[in-house]
Design a protein around this ligand. Structure first.
Ligand code: ADP
Ligand code: MG
Length: 768
């Protein structure tokens, strides 16, 4: 089965798609991502498109990223075809139908705030202005009352009274929107009425305090969110605006947007590489930290791949352009990060619920205080303490945002808080072999001809011809070998890849070349018995065997050494130490090679010679009662990655569809990222717990003191400022935290560490 429908599959007139600026970026059964140029940064139109598609039969849900114009459609392939979806999209572009604004932001619909993508309805700059003028009047009142000891008029028509009323009016406006649109109880109505009542009681300064605290807390929350988003963007800073392109032997400055595949781009010392490509000429040290997080620059010369967003730190490179703009590796990563913002972690949702519950307790406590004591000032202090649920909401969201930013800094891209939370609890891991546990470029160590007249060169040349457009690790090894022997692949007409098996290609009219494993040869009735002994010897050494056949006759055999990644065994052992119950191998390679892997790695079980859908089925089977993680790199892993609770893809060297299907990507392909992300998950949960304790306990103690009349309104306000600040600082610790690559020595449940007495034991303590 071919799980992935190629990009150009829908044959709805390509001309129309091009004319309307519609491009299918990725398409899997049930999910497709389309880029629509005319939706970029056009929030309203994007909303209409979303509503239009949602109404189509067979479409389950639609997500739109208005920053990039991406439309992600989840559909039922049995009810609607890709072609029909594209027709709906084109129809809406050509004859836009306007839909009334949804009463509630649709899931996945962001960018309401015009200045950033924080999701807020009010722009950051407006909030900032509000805080500045409120602070000015706060300062005026404080200086007047406490420094000059002058009286301050606080009735509703005094200066402070009017300012407080203006502040309360904006709160009231927000409150009306909250009640009318979201149809749920939020803090704002409570706060708005509280402040108005306080002003009416001639306590305008206390009302001003409530309004000021609320606005400062909101602004701070936005600021932390923006900082974290910016931290992610900085790390993955996008390509430059202009670059130099060789035209008739001259370097011409050109807009990066105008560079096309095939152009030769020149990049000098200190400049950023604008495209993905292969070095055509020149040597240079390239800083690739933005792609793989490695701090030291790497020498790149003729034939090496270079990526957009990396920096030439010394030298000059002439680069043959292969991918530009949104097709570059960096762009793909950017999109993933963008996606990540819309996936809320369950703890974040729980925090929202807790905040709503605390609100109700707050209202009851305020009413009760008023009833029991008859003292409006006491009731006011209780309300002041309980009114802002910002701290409770912030407890989870600030920690998750900071952790996702931290992960990005370590080249781990997490597509949402949901996956960050789940990964720490995962108890079964499935690994793919080639390219995941082994290096992305294996090496050919044996070439064998069927007869003495078939030379090693002719076998390699044949294989390289068939593999010349393939990204599979085996293809990379064959192409590297051909390059080392100065062999150029022949041009060919048709080429057909079979994931997990090999490749079939037709050259010069009717000659058919097959390159692949034993099953692939058997499927095409190629007799390979002659190689049986030699192939067995190679497999015994743990090498992969690839056969080459032409016109139905076996021509040669390649022995490919596939060294395991140096960190792989250690990482798997660490995963066990961190409580992972079972580790499985699911590979498309042969039983013998899988057995050699079993001897090296602490696997519980292995399944060999699996086709993509069999890998997915195996993952599905393991999911019963367990949280399953699948780690893979290839096209053949995409299905399994999307079936697992969490799919983790290898970045550099891995297939793009794998990155697309995964929930987490290790951008630098370093398996240590698996441990880092688990530890980050544990740490984030610990910090969220601490934040919750801080938020709830100060609220409750403060309210109790307020009821007893032991707290002044000003002190109540201070409590808010301190615990909101404390929570933000506590979460902020995650931004600079270094996640260890070994299990953390503290028990994540009780923070006391394991008490088993073994100094090296890293497991949970017995009590939890
Ligand atoms: P894994 O699941 O371990 O990553 P794959 O499923 O990608 O491995 O591949 C399984 C086997 O299929 C490889 O070991 C190789 O023998 C063969 N194979 C797959 N693709 C190719 C290819 N393009 N050229 C040659 N052999 C291939
Ligand atoms: Mg693989």
């Amino acid at each position: 089965m071919n799980a992935i429908i190629p990009e150009n599959h829908p044959r709805i007139s390509k001309m129309i798609l091009k004319k309307t600026g519609v491009k299918v970026k990725q398409s899997m059964p049930g999910r497709m991502r389309i880029r629509v140029n005319s939706l970029q940064r056009r929030v309203k139109r994007a909303g209409w498109m979303q509503e239009h598609l949602r109404r189509a039969e067979g479409i389950n849900s639609v997500e739109i990223r208005s920053a990039t114009g991406s439309v992600i459609v989840f559909f039922n392939p049995e009810e609607i075809s890709i072609k029909a979806i594209l027709q709906e999209v084109v129809e809406q572009i050509l004859h836009p139908v306007s839909y009334p604004e949804p009463s509630e932001p649709l899931p996945g619909f962001k960018s309401l705030c015009k200045s950033c993508d924080c999701g807020s309805k009010v722009a950051y700059s407006t909030k900032l202005r509000r805080v500045v003028w409120l602070s000015t009047f706060m300062l005026y009142s404080v200086v007047r009352m406490w420094i000059f000891r002058l009286p301050l008029a606080q009735n509703p028509i005094s200066l402070i009274g009017l300012v407080a009323m203006a502040g309360a009016a904006t709160l009231l406006k927000e409150a009306v929107v909250d009640v009318a649109e979201k149809k749920k109880l939020t803090a704002t109505p409570f706060l708005a009425f509280g402040s108005l009542a306080t002003i009416a009681m001639g306590q305008a300064f206390s009302a001003l305090q409530i309004i000021w605290i609320y606005n400062v807390a909101e602004l701070t929350e936005d600021y932390v969110g923006q900082r974290s988003r910016q931290a992610i963007r900085d790390i993955l800073e996008v390509a430059p605006a202009n670059a130099y392109v060789m035209v008739d032997g001259m370097e011409l400055e050109t807009k990066v947007a105008d560079i096309k595949p095939g152009d030769i781009v020149v990049v000098h010392t200190g400049e950023k590489v604008p495209v993905d490509g292969v070095v055509d000429e020149g040597d240079a040290l390239v800083d690739e930290a933005s792609i793989n997080g490695r701090s030291e620059a790497i020498l790149r010369s003729r034939g090496d791949n270079v990526y957009a967003g990396t920096i030439v730190s010394q030298g000059v490179l002439f680069i043959h352009t292969i991918k530009t703009g949104e097709d570059t590796y960096l762009s793909h990563i950017m999109q993933m990060v963008e996606d990540s913002m819309s996936n809320k972690a369950p703890v974040e949702q729980k925090a929202d619920e807790l905040a709503a519950r605390l609100m109700k307790v707050g209202i009851a406590a305020t009413a009760l205080t008023l009833l029991l004591t008859g003292d409006p000032m006491r009731a006011l202090t209780v309300m002041l303490v309980m009114s802002c649920p910002c701290a409770t909401v912030l407890a989870a969201s600030s920690a998750v945002t900071a952790a996702v930013a931290n992960a990005a800094k370590h080249s781990i891209l997490i597509k949402g808080g949901l996956y960050l939370e789940t990964i720490g609890k995962a108890d079964v891991y499935c690994f793919d072999k080639t390219g995941t546990l082994t290096m992305e470029q294996p090496e050919i160590i044996a070439v064998l001809g069927r007869t003495p007249s078939i030379t090693e060169e002719s076998i390699i040349a044949m294989a390289a011809t068939a593999e010349s457009h393939n990204q599979h690790p085996m293809a990379k090894a064959i192409l590297a070998e051909a390059d080392a022997r100065n062999l150029t692949p022949e041009p060919h007409a048709v080429c057909e890849f079979k994931a997990g098996r090999g490749v079939l290609c037709t050259i010069g009219g009717d000659a058919v070349i097959l390159v692949g494993n034993r099953q692939f040869m058997e499927e095409h009735e190629v007799d390979i018995r002659w190689f049986n002994k030699r192939a067995a010897a190679q497999r015994e050494m743990g090498n992969t065997v690839v056969f080459v056949a032409k016109n139905g006759k076996a021509k040669g055999m390649l022995g490919v050494a596939n060294p395991v990644r140096p960190e792989a065994v250690r990482v798997l052992n660490c995963l066990r130490g961190d409580g992972v119950k079972a580790i499985h191998l699911v590979t498309g390679d042969n039983e013998e090679v899988a057995q050699t892997m079993m001897n090296v790695f602490p696997f519980d079980d292995c399944r060999a010679a699996l086709m993509p859908e069999e890998k997915a089925a195996r993952v599905q089977e393991l999911k019963k009662g367990s949280i399953v993680v699948m780690v893979g790199d290839g096209v053949n892993d995409a299905l399994a990655l999307s079936h697992a609770d969490i799919g983790i893809a290898m970045g550099v060297g891995g297939a793009e569809v794998a990155m697309e299907a995964a929930d987490i990507a290790l951008a630098d392909s370093n398996l240590e990222g698996l441990m880092k992300v688990r530890n980050l998950s544990h740490k984030t949960m610990t910090i969220i717990d601490q934040n919750h304790y801080m938020a709830v306990s100060t609220d409750l103690i403060g309210a109790a003191l307020g009821m007893l009349g032991m707290l002044s309104p000003i002190m109540a306000g201070m409590i808010h400022i301190f615990h909101t600040g404390g929570i933000l600082l506590n979460s902020g610790r995650l931004l600079s935290w270094e996640p260890p690559v070994e299990p953390m020595d503290k028990c994540r449940g009780c923070l006391l560490g394991c008490k088993c007495g073994n100094a090296n034991c890293n497991r949970k303590c017995k009590t939890c």
